[in-house]
Write a protein that binds this ligand. Structure first.
Ligand code: SF4
Length: 242
């Protein structure tokens, strides 16, 4: 799937890197016809465990602005594999992250808190800082109630403000590692105040939904609000900041 936001073309899937050589040809086409186009590719990173593919991608990444967004759910294989529903996924993703980072490919590492991993947010960030290279950004991303997450909401969602301390620990761990951390998809009223300055507003319409209670909030202009999909039981009540 292709989307555009803020001058960056987003490529997601399914899993785009499963196209293998066809994906490389797609990048060649962009380099030849629109070399100034910036790309963001959302991938599980497993294809980068193939060093030949990684080296081919690394050559191309020197000719175009391209970043790969790769989620890592845990520093423990069992937890990551459980959350992505695939045994062996952790080992391939970690190997892929090592190969890609060591080859100079730009990586945005995504951490998505759920009931299964929220206690280890700081450990994940610590692991990322110690093991991988070329991580340009760690993104702490609130879970969106779509697809697989929506179907399993009651068993994976954890109320944001119940793990505020872990968010602060993750911020501190990122700071120690020297990797910028940005927070996406969290209403400010469900984040600890120390984290507000790291919360980014999305320019995507469907991520900027404000229930009527938000009208009286003093932070509305700097708050990302809610996903428009997060209504009903998927919606944590607004707590207007006065
Ligand atoms: S009340 Fe609304 S605008 Fe205010 S912080 Fe919460 S979600 Fe954001």
């Amino acid at each position: 799937m292709l989307t555009t936001s803020d001058g960056v073309v987003g490529v997601s899937g399914g899993e785009p890197l499963l196209y293998g050589d066809d994906f490389l040809h797609f990048i060649d086409f962009i380099i030849e016809n629109s070399p100034d186009t910036a790309l963001h590719v959302l991938t599980n990173g497993r294809k980068f465990s193939d060093i030949n593919f990684t080296q081919e991608m690394a050559k191309r990444s020197k000719k175009i602005k391209i970043t790969f967004g790769i989620p890592l759910y845990s520093s423990r294989p069992l937890v990551h594999d459980h959350l992505v529903g695939n045994d062996g996924a952790f080992n391939e993703t970690v190997k892929g992250l090592i190969n890609a980072g060591n080859s100079g490919i730009n990586i945005e590492l995504r951490v998505i808190p759920t009931l299964a991993n929220y206690t280890e947010l700081d450990d994940i960030v610590e692991f990322v800082g110690r093991v991988f290279s070329n991580i340009n950004q760690i993104s702490l991303m609130g879970l969106e109630s779509i697809g697989w997450a929506r179907k399993n909401w009651s068993t994976i969602f954890i109320e944001h403000s119940s793990y505020s301390e872990k968010i602060i620990s993750a911020i501190d761990a990122a700071h120690r590692s020297g990797i910028p951390l940005t927070i996406f998809n969290y209403p400010l009223c469900h984040l600890p105040e120390r984290a507000w300055e790291l919360a980014a507003q999305s320019i995507s319409d469907w991520k900027n939904y404000y229930p009527k209670e938000c009208d009286e909030c003093t932070q509305k202009s700097s708050c990302t609000g809610y996903f428009s999909s997060s209504t009903g039981r998927f919606h944590q009540p607004p707590r207007p900041i006065l």
